[in-house]
Ligand binder design. Structure first.
Ligand code: CAA
Length: 246
């Protein structure tokens, strides 16, 4: 069993997840990464190994409660109790609300918010037993400010922080912290998929004048995951280049 603290990053193979895995690894955690697409994960793993990063990969659709349960049990069997959970997996299905299908609503709510329930629920009692834990929920600036075409995404991401605040209260006396990070527009595939004119218009509204870097999110993740952050709980950190100040 691991002597290092075990961290699980959901959606590990995405833009934000990749840098989180690297930073947590550099900072001495045993890092497990969750993925959904095997093909992408295999290529990702090869690239990470070539760069010296040994991340243990586990498949699961995080919107599926039972699949998540199987994944968590497998990680516990291989490495021990998960001390750090980063709820990072997420999808977009953008479109004006008047045209949005129920399917696009459900998919985004299930993947972005249902997943937070599924993963947190499957780790929380072991964290309580060991009297230590860190849960970090990756939300979005668009939860705080709204964004044309994202009623589903904004609702799910705003729900995450409501979850954070209440769970933080419930487990504060058990050595467990629960926090939210709300990234702005970061240079990931998800953001690059936004049509260029729309994206350029968005960037023009970011006072720092550029998209954020994935490593700029990973640094805060690793700090909140550390033992130094034990007095920070129920908080929501904006990292958005000044796009939304409140
Ligand atoms: N602001 C104001 N009006 C807009 C608009 C905007 N951003 N986008 C479209 N409209 C208008 C259109 O001009 C059109 O008006 P009319 O009916 O009068 O002609 C109407 O809204 C409908 O437009 P569309 O038919 O084009 O709408 P759509 O449903 O096809 O989709 C959209 C529009 C593609 C979603 C577009 O609004 C868009 O790209 N929005 C940005 C989405 C975005 O930022 N996504 C972020 C993804 S990354 C991410 O989410 C990470 C993170 O956390 C930050």
């Amino acid at each position: 069993m691991a002597t290092k603290r075990v961290a699980l990053v959901t959606g590990a193979t995405g833009g934000l997840g990749t840098h989180m895995c690297k930073k947590l690894y550099d900072d001495g955690f045993l890092v497990c990464g969750n993925y959904r697409s095997r093909e992408k994960a295999e290529k990702w793993n090869e690239e990470m190994m070539a760069q010296g990063y040994n991340v243990y990969l586990y498949p699961a659709d995080v919107s599926d409660f039972d699949q998540v349960g199987d994944m968590i049990r497998a990680i516990e069997k291989d490495h021990g109790i998960i001390s750090i959970l980063i709820n990072n997996a997420g999808i977009t299905r953008d479109g004006a609300f008047r045209k949005m299908s129920r399917e696009a609503w459900d998919a985004v709510l299930d993947s972005n918010l249902g997943s937070v329930f599924n993963c947190s629920r499957h780790v929380i009692n072991q964290m309580i037993e060991q009297n230590y834990g860190r849960i970090i929920n990756i939300s979005s600036v668009n939860a705080q400010r709204g964004q044309f075409g994202q009623t589903n995404y904004s609702a799910a991401k705003a729900g995450m922080h409501g979850f954070t605040k209440t769970l933080a209260m419930e487990v504060a006396s058990k050595g467990i912290t629960v926090n939210t990070i709300s990234p702005g527009y970061i240079a990931t595939d998800m953001v690059m998929a936004v049509a260029e004119p729309v994206r350029n218009q968005i960037i023009s509204g970011i006072p720092v004048g550029r998209l954020g870097g994935t490593e700029e999110i990973a640094y805060l993740v690793s700090f909140l995951a550390s033992e130094h952050a034990g007095f920070i709980t129920g908080a929501n950190y904006a990292i958005n280049g000044g796009q939304h100040v409140y």
